[in-house]
Design a protein around this ligand. Sequence first.
Ligand SMILES: C[S@@+](CC[C@H](N)C(=O)[O-])C[C@H]1O[C@@H](n2cnc3c(N)ncnc32)[C@H](O)[C@@H]1O
Length: 287
Amino acid sequence: MAEAVTYLAPVPAGCYVDCTLGLGGHTAALLEAGAGRVIGIDRDRDALAIARERLAQYGDRVVYLHADYRELPRVAREAGRDEVDGVLVDLGVSSMQLDEPARGFSFRQDGPLDMRMNRSEGPTLADMLAAVDETTLANVIYEFGEERKSRRVARAIVEARDAGTLTGTAALASVVRRAAGGGTWQRLDPATRTFQALRIWTNRELEGLEAFLESAAQVVARGGRVVVIAFHSLEDRVVKHTFRRLGSEGDGALRVVTRRPVMPSVEEAKGNPRARSARMRVVERVA
Ligand SMILES: C[S@@+](CC[C@H](N)C(=O)[O-])C[C@H]1O[C@@H](n2cnc3c(N)ncnc32)[C@H](O)[C@@H]1O
């Protein structure tokens, strides 16, 4: 979101952390707006490689780190910084991850049942599905996907798994579509919610989010801001409550800058349909 850079108001003497470097779009915008240095973190090595190429012109103004942003305090220390001047977090998956069938996120094209953002670590979606029971899977789909037909969808997935027909994302998508149903009039593909849930589950996306936001607010210097962009209501709820709590704590060190979430402009939503559901919230260290 373009406003993210405005809220961070970067200066040449400043060092900023982009916790979700992705393809480097926000980092490039920060550097163009005058940021001295950016520490770019991503748990996806492919994203880091693409960003490194795209941002080559900025030379050593960018530091690239393969890490999980939940390790932010350690990462900042290792980069030689106890404090930074701003932190940006653009939660979720990148368009590269979604669009590349080999990564296993896509319900539009066939690919392996992978869905890991960090391909050097952790179980794949196939491993998770092989070990899960139907009730747990239904809860995952309900909680992380807000799918009302979670029980039917979970039963269909488990049946397909046991019959050995879950060969890839295309097979999974058609099983989910059949179970979740809905007419062709629907704007949203019936597989969308379940794929979102399975992605959040595989990457443990909501685990430790609150503690991470708190650590991000600790690592910014006085006057520095933490800007967080969320793409679904589950994440946005955690961001909203954590910022509210931090802003109302006794020492008055943090102030919530955005009373309401900032939404993308009509222009931006038109240009990038995926940005439509984005919600941005900002907290500032005032003491
Ligand atoms: C929405 S994209 C960011 C796009 C980026 N702002 C840009 O302008 O190109 C989110 C990125 O965050 C990364 N990511 C998600 N969770 C992460 C985590 N816990 N730690 C580090 N990176 C993470 C993903 O791999 C993905 O590349």
